[in-house]
Design a protein around this ligand. Structure first.
Ligand code: KG4
Ligand code: ZN
Length: 339
């Protein structure tokens, strides 16, 4: 049994957010601080790993103090520290894990290292209880995965991208259209004003649960370059709309297929791209039509992008025995989903 009074401090530094949250039991967030580096990376059109590590290093102490202040507690009140140890940028993970180990060691607090993608899935438990068996579609800047869960902390990856992640392709299309960074929210908004006139291919339109976004990305980039070369007029909104419809289509068909095959009770979305309005609308339309008995869990936007509340939520499901005093674990930037 997990103690309802247990207090966990969670640290997330895998990419470009320095985030620390504190949770009591499994639902009560005492603090949730997110310091985003988006502005500092904007001029480079994407996350620069070395800059990300430096900014985590500069910010983590301040974010930590802010979290303790917001929760109105001291280190003595913390029963466990959870830290993301992959997947993610190696330098960025180093900052978070070394910080976590130092605090844990100096204050004799047990520590647990957890998986970033599992955290994205568990962000949803802060919104509504997870119900099993469930299917999770994880779509972010680094990941595109369909995950089946027969129970808590039991992750079976049914399929994943073979090349680019969907968020990465949104960001690259936005870059070639000079729209700014991050591209996802900008393309999402722009697509509403456009038409699907380019009919780009639907990527990995097959029977597997895998995805692929590099071909679609190249098709869009080639189209834009050709239009520019021929000096033909075109509308960015039409490119955005055509790209988005192709990008989202396999997410819907494969999610429906897996939800049927695994007879799931609940379907949830997670990760930065799950903020996408067209994806959400397509999920609602298609699940309502084809699987009306499957409960949909579409989290609010704050819970979709990187934060530490999701890590705290995930960690709150681990029994005490998983938290220990072994501070010598190595950074694992390519960690596989599992406990
Ligand atoms: O989960 P996240 O914050 O970081 C990673 O773990 O990767 O996801 C960031 C990604 C970026 O690629 C961003 O462009 C995308 O999520 N994104 C969106 C939307 N909001 C953020 N993509 C499509 N539509 C959106 N509304
Ligand atoms: Zn993420």
């Amino acid at each position: 049994m997990i103690d309802n009074e247990r207090v966990i401090l969670a640290i997330e530094t895998s990419c470009d957010e320095t985030a620390i949250a504190i949770i009591k039991g499994q639902k009560e967030l005492l603090a949730n601080i997110v310091s985003s580096q988006i502005k500092q990376h904007q001029d480079n059109g994407g996350v620069v790993p070395e800059l990300a590590s430096r900014l985590h290093y500069e910010n983590v102490d301040h974010v930590f103090n802010q979290a303790l202040q917001e929760a109105k507690i001291t280190l003595k009140d913390i029963d466990g520290i959870a830290v993301v140890n992959g997947p993610g940028l190696i330098g960025a993970l180093h900052v978070g894990t070394i910080f976590a180990k130092s605090i844990a060691y100096l204050n004799n607090i047990p520590i647990l290292s957890v998986h970033h993608i599992a955290g994205h899935i568990y962000a949803n438990n802060l919104i509504s209880d997870l119900k099993f068996p469930l299917l999770a579609l994880v779509v972010s800047g680094g990941h595109t995965e369909l995950v089946y869960m027969p129970n808590h902390l039991d992750f079976k990856v049914l399929g994943q991208t073979q090349d680019d992640a969907i968020g990465e392709s949104y960001d690259k299309i936005a870059r070639i259209l000079d729209l700014g960074y991050p591209g996802g929210p900008i393309i999402d908004k722009l697509a509403k004003e456009g038409q699907n006139i380019y009919d780009f291919p639907i990527p990995k339109n097959d029977n597997t649960y895998d995805f692929s976004y590099s071909g679609l990305k190249s098709a869009v980039i080639n189209k834009v370059n050709t239009l520019k070369m021929k000096k033909e007029e075109f509308n960015n909104a039409d490119i955005a709309r055509s790209f988005q419809e192709s990008a989202v289509a396999p997410l819907i068909t494969k999610s429906i297929k897996a939800a049927k095959e695994y007879n799931v009770k609940q379907f949830l979305i997670a990760g930065g791209v799950s903020a996408n309005s067209y994806l959400r609308q397509e999920i609602e339309n298609n699940f309502t039509k084809e699987l009306p008995n499957v409960e949909l869990l579409l989290p609010p936007l704050w819970a979709t992008t990187d934060n530490a509340a999701m890590i705290a939520s995930l960690a709150s499901f681990y029994q005490d025995s998983y938290f220990n005093n072994e501070y010598d674990f190595a950074v694992n930037p390519n960690r596989k989903l599992g406990i």
